[in-house]
Write a protein that binds this ligand. Structure first.
Ligand code: NI
Length: 382
């Protein structure tokens, strides 16, 4: 039996989504959003679980049959962007906007919770709903995980809307889907001096230029061509006038990878090149690496059941395209197996654009898909 949302529930999801869109809240400040989600879930009889978190909501639908607990996660936060979208329900909070469609994630997963509550006779186990705060600054997943919400959970499922996919389409792909996101800083310390007498200085600008060039050889020469990676130097700052060689240059940037071996190998090579080049000039390089987000990596055990849920729900299955952006869903997948999909929302602008827009016709798609997925995953659990 396939679960299908009613028009009445779809209308409610549309109204929730618009209310959330009008009242966006920034990461870790989602107090009103939290209250709204609790009210809406409670109105369908979904149980709110008590965890020590101030923002975000953890709820659960308990199946009528025994079985494991799986989780479905939706992120709830907005971005510090002034809305310019052409919609009838624009943001009322100046400078804050749901420009990544987390209002869509939240309302459609409320729909899934309502559908499963009505169909709990079909569930061979329990479904926990994680309405997670603070995805945009990558703190929310750890925040709720540290509160213990993953205890007793066997697997987790999630989505991001995808504006370049049509409504009714769901993108599925085993393995890496979103990149690891890490940051680096590098100081090159030489000896400052008179620009006209360079032989008495050690010029950090010349040395840094060579390091930046050498970094560009890491992806092409030290990483397999089948492993996509990005290394971007985004800051190179040195000096403050025309006739003085500065003492120090400061560099900063980011590395994105889809494979663990690249994520280990790239900073090793960066450190070796920076230190080696600096040393050869009598300068010193101080390389610092800041791990930020792991890769969103889908567990192949669930590929078939996810694909089956797409098709049985009546939607178009497409192969998901991996993107070099990050998602803190990856933190859950470090702890328990998980699967993340794209849900087509057909919008003209990319994520985080001030005119970001999506088609609300995708709300019932996501609600139905995740409801049917939960039933199937628990049904096929081995
Ligand atoms: Ni997002």
């Amino acid at each position: 039996m396939t679960i299908q949302i009613t028009d009445q529930l779809t209308e409610q999801l549309v109204s929730y989504r618009r209310e959330l869109h009008e009242n966006p809240e920034l990461s870790m400040q989602e107090y009103e959003t939290t209250a709204r989600i609790k009210n809406w879930l409670t109105s369908y009889g979904v149980t709110i679980l008590d965890y020590p978190i101030e923002v975000g909501v953890i709820a659960e639908v308990q199946g009528e049959q025994e079985g494991p607990t799986i989780a479905i996660r939706a992120d709830i936060d907005a971005l510090p962007i002034e809305e310019q979208a052409d919609v009838e329900f624009p943001s009322k909070n100046a400078g804050v906007m749901h420009a990544c469609g987390h209002d869509f994630h939240t309302s459609s997963i409320i729909g899934t919770a309502a559908l499963l509550q009505q169909n709990k006779a079909l569930l061979k186990g329990n479904v926990r709903f994680i309405f997670q705060p603070s995805e945009e600054n990558a703190q929310g997943a750890e925040y709720v995980a540290n509160a213990g919400v993953l205890e007793g959970v066997s697997a987790i499922f999630g989505m991001h809307n995808k504006p370049d996919l049509p409504v009714g389409t769901i993108g599925v792909k085993p393995g890496p889907l979103m990149a690891s996101v890490d940051r680096f800083e590098l100081d090159v310390i030489g000896v400052g001096g008179h620009a006209g007498i360079p032989e008495n200085s050690i010029d950090p600008i010349v040395i840094s230029s060579q390091i930046v060039s050498a970094f560009q050889s890491i992806i092409s020469r030290s990483i397999s061509p089948s492993n996509n990676s990005v290394l971007s130097v985004t800051k190179l700052q040195a000096g403050n006038t025309w006739n003085v060689i500065p003492e120090k240059a400061e560099l900063e940037g980011t590395v994105r990878t889809f494979q663990d071996e690249s994520r280990t190998r790239i900073p090793e090579r960066m450190k070796a090149l920076a230190e080696g080049i600096a040393e050869s000039y009598g300068a010193r390089a101080d390389f610092r690496w800041f791990s930020y987000l792991p890769t969103v990596k889908n567990d192949d055990r669930f590929t078939e059941v996810v694909q089956e849920a797409v098709v049985d729900s009546g939607y178009n299955l497409v192969e998901a395209e991996a993107v070099p952006a990050g998602e803190d869903f990856a933190f859950y997948q470090e702890r328990i197996p998980g699967y993340f999909v794209w849900v087509g929302v057909e919008g003209p602008y990319a994520w985080h654009h001030p005119k970001f827009k999506l088609q609300e016709g995708a709300l019932p798609v996501a609600a139905n898909f995740f409801a049917n997925l939960a039933v199937k995953v628990l049904d096929q659990w081995k």
